[in-house]
Ligand binder design. Structure first.
Ligand SMILES: Nc1nc2c(c(=O)[nH]1)N[C@@H](CN(C=O)c1ccc(C(=O)N[C@@H](CCC(=O)O)C(=O)O)cc1)CN2
Length: 295
């Protein structure tokens, strides 16, 4: 068996085309959604991600604004930037690029974001809404990577209803929140969250219909621990230096041998990353539509 590819790049491109139409409908009503970004420091990866977010906004017609602070910015300076974005009427939603530099209290910063402008869906109020509203339509922004993973799977006509899903990794942007989405009644999956304290990872993954690998450990998911026919989503990001080019490149958690046993695999790069970007835009447009009474 050779697995089929869950193409995140192509799926994200379709979503962006749909969003362009929705943004044009908002423009006809005189509404321009605006995404703000707050970037602290000069980490090249984070700079690349933030630049990508502004490029995406320009592509679909969303306005964008940015707050950039140096790596030695204080907690107070970062919190002041959050307050500016909270108060700026041109900014209808914004994100704080993670990770923040060492020594900064990230939770304090994230909790300062106005929940109605939380484009990342990571504010405790919005996560709490997901906990409470299992059966109702979602009327708050959703965490982008988890939302992107579910869209990627469902847009390839793979049903998650009744599926046993094993999540590997308990980080805040993926592992901790994806169960909240997967167990909503409209998705109806059964979820096991594994992490570094899990005694026997293979015992869980070997029984999984779907594996979501977000450990950040290169190649931790090998063919020996994947059930034949499983769907495998590669979210982990590790950077390695390519021996041929000498350049740094991204590698995922899923070993290439998995392609021989799985039914579907998301590539990394080219899978969940582009979907995360598309879902950020979706959150911004959804919020603008809700605010204008269009949704
Ligand atoms: N506030 C947030 N911070 C971070 C998030 C997030 O969702 N919100 N997620 C990641 C970074 N991230 C977006 O911010 C992100 C990561 C990766 C990609 C992406 O498209 N990656 C490419 C590969 C890129 C490469 O080769 O270097 C891919 O997968 O094809 C987009 C966004 C942490 N911080």
């Amino acid at each position: 068996m050779t697995a089929q590819v869950l193409d995140g790049k192509a799926t994200a491109a379709s979503i962006k085309a749909e969003l362009t139409t929705r943004v044009a409908a908002l423009a006809e009503r005189g509404i321009t959604p605006g995404l703000g970004t707050l970037l602290v420091g000069d980490d090249p990866g984070s700079q690349w991600y933030v630049a990508g977010k502004h490029k995406d906004c320009a592509e679909v017609g969303i306005a964008s604004l940015r707050e950039d602070l140096p790596a030695d910015a204080t907690q107070e300076e970062i919190e002041a930037a959050v307050r500016r974005l909270n108060e700026d009427p041109a900014c209808t939603g914004f994100i704080v690029q993670l990770p923040l530099p060492k020594g900064i209290d990230t939770n304090r910063v994230l909790e300062l974001v106005d929940p109605d402008k939380d484009a990342d869906g990571l504010h405790p109020t919005n996560l709490g809404r997901l906990v409470l509203r299992v059966n109702e339509p979602v009327t708050s922004p959703l965490p982008c990577t988890p939302r992107g993973i579910i869209e990627l799977i469902e847009r390839h006509d793979i049903s998650l209803a009744g599926a046993d899903v094993v999540v590997v990794g308990r980080g805040v942007t993926v592992g901790r929140s994806i169960g909240l989405l997967l167990t909503r009644r409209e998705v109806n999956a059964t979820v096991t969250l594994t992490h570094t304290g899990t005694e026997d990872l293979a015992e869980h993954t070997r029984n999984a219909d779907v594996i979501i690998a977000a450990a950040g450990v290169q190649g931790v998911i090998t063919s020996e621990i994947v059930k034949p026919g499983a769907v495998v989503i590669d979210v982990g990001v590790s950077r390695v230096v390519d021996s041929e080019t000498g350049k740094s490149r991204v590698v995922g958690d899923v070993d290439p041998s998995v392609l021989e046993v799985a039914s579907w695999v998301s590539p990394n790069p080219g899978g969940v990353g582009p979907m995360t970007r598309a879902m950020l835009l979706s959150n911004v447009v959804d919020s603008a539509e809700r605010a204008s009474g269009l949704a």
